[in-house]
Write a protein that binds this ligand. Sequence first.
Ligand code: UDX
Length: 429
Amino acid sequence: MKITIIGTGYVGLVSGICFASLGHDVACIDKDESKINTLNQGEIPIYEPGLKEMLAKCVETQKITFSTDLKSALNGSKAVFIAVGTPQDQDGSADLSYVLSAAKEITEIAPNPCLIVTKSTVPVGTAAKIKAIASEKGFLVASNPEFLREGNAIQDFMEPDRIVIGVDNEESDAILSEIYAKFPAQKLVKTDTKTAELTKYAANSFLATKISFINEIADLCQETGADIKKLAHAIGLDSRIGEKFLNPGPGFGGSCFPKDILAITSIASDHNVNLSLINSVIASNKTRQADIANKIAANLAPNAIIALLGLAFKANTDDIRYSPALNIAQNLLQKGLKIKATDPQAIKNAQNHLKNAQNIEFYPDFYDAIAGSDLILIATEWQDYQNLDFNKVKTLTDARKIVDLRNLFDAKFVENHGFEYDFIGKKHD
Ligand code: UDX
């Protein structure tokens, strides 16, 4: 089937390439000409493991095109997925302007009515708003939220736990069922559009809550002397809890959780519902990075140099949106500390974000960042850092303290190499 994807960001691009690899004819559209040019040269404007290779295959089989011309892309399309940004508005609600203007443009220039599908994370009732623009012209509207984790997006698309499709009539159901025909039928969870829209927010809010929960339990371990790693394992074995998303850290970041938990509380207050639990998750996560920065700075000389290992909001991505590493870095810089920062993928994005910052230097090789530092701070759980050669580190710096916000190591192993090892949940004597 020919389908169109509007938006070639983390979600639109992965979805378009995966749909094409499943045999659909996919026309990807973006207003950003430089992005489209990059894609037409076979390059990927984001870091997503395996995506470049997958794109090459789809180009070879001529199953995917990239263009800024929506009209031609809509020609012959049975479905058009809107995968544009829904950034956070001042009041925390989701800014729908890009979604609604894309929907309006579709209804104005599509040669024939087709199915409009929201792939972007959108507030409850967005499908109804699009219907108000589109249905009188014969367009159908559905919701198909994504559950893709950056750095794991291809697997999350191709091996989903479920595919949620919000449809309000048989024809929309038939079109989306055909699009996902290559997946096991039992993976398809069919709901109405409102339920599909809220499912996405509820899923992300639950995951954010689970992370904040283990982070706070780690704080309790820190004061009681309990072992957070063993505790997380022990509770995770309960099938009602599950072992995933119980890794304590510097708080959650990324383009979704921080935005979506604000959006769902905004939706709730619009309906006079008080999501007190999710509001407490927002508060808990908000203070975490500042608290960590304060603790680090309290034990350092005023102009100490910190080797910051990791800038991305998590490993296997170049994305720095709401990155805890970056928030902590900015906090430490404001305290007058100096930073030698490194990251395998996110340096360029971080440099753009911190372009006016003083006292921070960037090093592609993390040993160069470590050289001459007074403290080693691990903020992102890159595989490279898990192979840190402690003997080599000792030749590069007199620093003998490591603060690990991702609990990458066994404490005894690090201490046996002559380092003081601070980690999330460690009891301080
Ligand atoms: C998330 C959802 O997982 C995905 O389903 C949705 O479609 C988009 O938002 P993503 O933001 O890419 O995906 O990253 P994810 O792997 O979920 O991590 C989000 C944040 O939680 C990161 O800052 C990560 O470091 C943190 N995290 C995750 C933890 O601190 N501990 C964990 O155990 C897991």
